[in-house]
Design a protein around this ligand. Structure first.
Ligand code: AMP
Ligand code: MG
Length: 370
């Protein structure tokens, strides 16, 4: 059941992406091969160009389903392999070993160590807003689980006492914990990381261009120039950003021809009690769901795990602090912020580039008075 709910929620973000995308590609359905799979409790879709392009001069050759299915399967295998080491709930994952009441885990593979180091750097650079040591807290709240409830203040402060980057040390192939109860949670960066690995793989295949949607994370790869159009605008993909106040709508569209978009929102995973929404993005200072005035943040960046981590961090910071962070130029990114009151705000690079188009609702048809 949990899996189904998560997959459905993720699909909502994705539908916004694809429906806007297909409106860009009228009458060209055959240009793409679409395939879906589930990984990390999330619906993943790969959209691959069938056109193999350059062969035989101007003659267009199409990849067949068997070939593209094989590529899709390889993408699913990459995601599954990453999930098998990053998941908190899969027995035998590296994260589950680290999360046992232990003070040391040895022989950890290099990719995982790099991801941990990248995560701690992101945590430091975001002033702790992004924090992968919140495992005891996220487990306590268990937002998407059957046993979710609002914990007591004592429980929250106890969980918080087992968090903190200073309680864990990453070596060349090992992790040491000074607090045996500390647990890590890579939920805010794992999908971005997996998306990046999938996209890197796709770039190494003969597929010329396409798109991958992994929950709230989207990648655009390759070049649409092969379609024969030199018009820069038509080489771009139109990515719909879900309206957090009405998830059947979008607040607008981001136009990109490469790179990643990651969205963190209070509508993605949550439960409600006494009219209050308790969502899955936590303020590491308070131990409660972040109440920063934002409902969603979309980050556009050339690096997927950075985009994923930053969308979570900026959500925690709130608009003002997030804007200061943007101006600090620690990372090269753009962002779309949607406040709880529905206002949508953009970083300056995004508004100046014209890469964002606000969604404007069509006025209702006037009533026929004849
Ligand atoms: P995202 O949807 O990418 O914003 O990630 C949210 C997920 O990351 C949650 O479901 C938690 O597992 C975890 N998480 C929640 N709050 C934080 C935080 N402040 N820093 C890092 N990870 C978090
Ligand atoms: Mg994230």
């Amino acid at each position: 059941m949990k899996k189904f709910i998560s997959a459905f929620l993720a699909a909502v973000v994705f539908i916004a992406v694809l429906s806007s995308f297909s409106s860009c590609e009228k009458n060209e359905e055959k240009e793409y091969f679409d395939a879906n799979f589930i990984a990390m409790d999330t619906a993943v879709t790969v959209r691959l160009a069938r056109n193999s392009g350059k062969k035989d001069g101007r003659k267009i050759i199409y990849f067949d389903d068997a070939y593209l299915n094989e590529i899709k399967q390889n993408c699913a295998d990459i995601a599954k392999e990453i999930e098998a080491s990053l998941s908190r709930t899969i027995d035998g994952s590296i994260v589950s070993y680290i999360n046992k009441e232990t003070d040391c885990v040895l022989d950890i593979d290099g990719d995982f160590i790099s991801l941990l180091n990248e995560s701690f750097e992101l945590s430091e650079n975001t002033g702790g807003a992004f924090n992968i040591t919140l495992g005891t807290l996220t487990e306590l709240w268990n937002i998407t689980g059957d046993t979710h409830r609002v914990p007591s203040a004592e429980e929250i402060s106890d969980a918080l006492s087992h968090t903190g980057n200073d309680k864990i040390t990453v070596g060349a192939s090992d992790v040491k914990k000074s607090d045996r109860k500390l647990k890590i949670d890579l939920g805010a960066i794992g999908k971005g990381y997996a998306l990046e690995k999938i996209t890197e793989y796709l770039e190494s295949t003969d597929v010329l261009y396409g798109l991958v949607s992994f929950g709230g994370n989207v990648s655009v790869f390759g070049s649409k120039e092969i379609k024969g159009t030199k018009d820069e605008e038509s080489q771009k993909y139109k990515i719909g950003i879900t309206d957090p106040l009405d998830t059947s709508k979008v607040v607008g569209y981001v136009y990109i021809d490469s790179g990643y978009v990651s969205v963190s929102g209070d509508y993605e995973r949550y439960f409600e009690e006494n009219g209050i929404r308790y969502h899955h993005i936590f303020d590491p200072e308070t131990g409660y769901p972040a109440d920063s005035g934002l409902s969603s943040v979309a980050v556009i960046c050339s690096d997927a795990s950075t985009a994923d981590a930053l969308s979570t961090a900026l959500f925690v910071m709130g608009y003002e602090k997030a804007l200061d962070f943007y101006k600090s130029e620690k990372y090269d990114f753009e962002a779309v912020f949607t406040k709880k009151d529905g206002t949508t705000l953009l970083t300056s690079g995004l508004s100046e580039s014209g890469m964002f188009e606000e969604y404007v609702e069509e006025p209702a048809e006037p009533a026929n008075t004849d």
